[in-house]
Design a protein around this ligand. Sequence first.
Ligand code: GLV
Length: 306
Amino acid sequence: MSFIIIAPPVPTQKWKEELELIAPEIPLVIGTDTDNPDDIICAMVWKQKPGVLNRFKNLKLIFSMGAGVDHVLLDDSIPEHIPICRVVDPQMAFSMSNFVLMAVLNHHRSLYNYRKAQEKKHWAQFEFEERNLKIGVLGTGFLGMNVAKKLHALGFQVMGYSTSNKETPFPSYTGVEMDTFLSQINVLICLVPYTPKTEALLNYDLFKKLTQPTYLINVSRGSVQVERDILKALDEGILNGAFLDVFEQEPLSAESPLWQYSSVQITPHIASLTYPKESVRQVLECLNLVKKGLPLPNKVDRKKMY
Ligand code: GLV
């Protein structure tokens, strides 16, 4: 009975250290090279190449080394009977929501304008408004809900949109109410998973439905946004800025015009990171449940893709 990690060096090293600490008795294979593929019962993966899991005939559990699972599901050769689970971690939600708070608060109090003033040694008192924000969280899953609740607790006007009905202390929209949701907000925070339905969702047509201008924050997946349309919306004043942590192609090419926009903040897909200690604990717990034939927490619905 062995475990395998198939992922880039970061995060492999930390997960390996954590596993060796928590479960030193479990033999661990790094990468796909092993003479005993039949021993592998659990695979932890991040962007594995399609097909590489097929040689592990006794695999009982696949675990995504992050919150998103689009990278795992690109591989449609994974047999249906093998459960895929993902990390759902309060620490990750803490770090994601704080990241988004930072983006919102900087925009709220025009911090980038004060930064520019500072560079010119200019005392910009009373020059920038405290913006009246109407914040929409698109995708109130585990991470999105945490973001929305924190912003709401800070006193901001918050709205949520989700594919399912949610009990929330703020207005929530679902299904065909998307346009109503969009028309009321001037900050759009995107936290949807990447699925065929959300691909290119953040496009020009959607931007036009927002209160103008709107500030865009995307911390989900780059494939959800159309960068050409973001640039167009910025040029036309439909968007008054953007905070982007994810991109259609990562790393973002040096050629991308996004780098040049002073109203665009770029971070390199670091909004929230996976914490190996908790994640490894969840892998072991999941495997125990698989062995007992019990229901799994955070099992991915392959049709929904999250
Ligand atoms: C990171 O993007 C993740 O899905 O955890």
